[in-house]
Design a binder for this molecule. Sequence first.
Ligand code: PAF
Length: 293
Amino acid sequence: MSADTVRTRAEARDWVLSRRAEGLRIGLVPTMGALHAGHLSLIRAAAAECDVVVVSIFVNPTQFGPSEDLERYPRRLEADLQAAGAAGARLVFAPEPEEMYAADAATWVTVEGLTDRLCGAARPGHFRGVATVVAKLFHILPAHTAYFGRKDFQQSVVIRRMVRDLDFDIQVRVMPTVREPDGLALSSRNAYLGPEERRRARCLVHALEEARRLFGEGRRDRMTLVRAMGEVVRREAPGANVEYIEVVDPETLEPAACAEEDSVALLAVRIGATRLIDNLPLVAPPDPVLPGA
Ligand code: PAF
C-alpha cells in the first residue's frame, strides 16, 4: 500500500496534530528519499514502536556544498512512496525546496564544536543545513519519536545535542546500520559505485573490523588503531582518497587519546568520485534479545 502524500507544511502539520489529538503515538523518519533497506528498517522500527509513522522525503539543498552532488542525488518519489507504505508509513511529507525555505530565509541552527570536525571539516556548513532542516521537520511534524540511522554517526550525535540544547520535546532513536551481506553499509550513494569501486568499497568495513579486532586483543593506543585502519584501506583500495580515519568519544567526538570500551571508530573515504562513510563501536553491542526469550 502506498502512503498518503502531502506537499505543504500546513497539510503535514494538520495531519500530525489530528493524529496526536486522537491520542496516537507518532514516529517520524526523516529521509532524503532514494529509500533503501536501511531507511525501511527505520520505518519498520517506527511502526513497531509507534501507532503511526510519518516519513519525510526532502533532498535538503542547504546541507550540500557548492561542489557536492545535489543535482545528481538520486530522486525516485513514486518508488519511495510504494516502499515507505509497504514498510508501514501512513504519511509521506514530500515538499519542494521553495515550500521549506523562504527565498530570504536567514535563520540557522548551528551546533558548535561537534560540527567542525570529521565530516564537518570536509563539508563546511553541512551540519548547519542538517540541524536546520531537522529542527524545521520537528516543528512541522511534531512527532513523539524520530528515527535516524547510526551509519551517519556524527549526524546522530549532532541531532541529539540539538534536541537537548533546544529542548525539543521529541525522543531520538538511533538505529543500527543495515549492511549488505559482504558488510558494506547501505547508502543512497552506493548507487554511484561501478562494479570495481563497489568491490573496493568493502575496505571501509574491513578497516573498522580491524580496529575492533585489535581493540579486542587489548590494543588501546589510538594511533595504533588509526594506522592499522589506514593500512587496510591502502591495501584493499589503493589510490582511494582517505578523508579521515579516527577513534572518538561517542558524545564529544573528540579523538580518544586512549581507546575505551565505548569509543567509536569511523572513517570517510572517497572511492573514485564517491564519498563513503562508516563507523563501528570498538566493542560490538550485545545481540538483541527477542521479546519473550
Ligand atoms: O540523513 C539524512 O538523510 C539527512 O541528513 C536528513 C537527516 C534527512 C536531513 O536532511
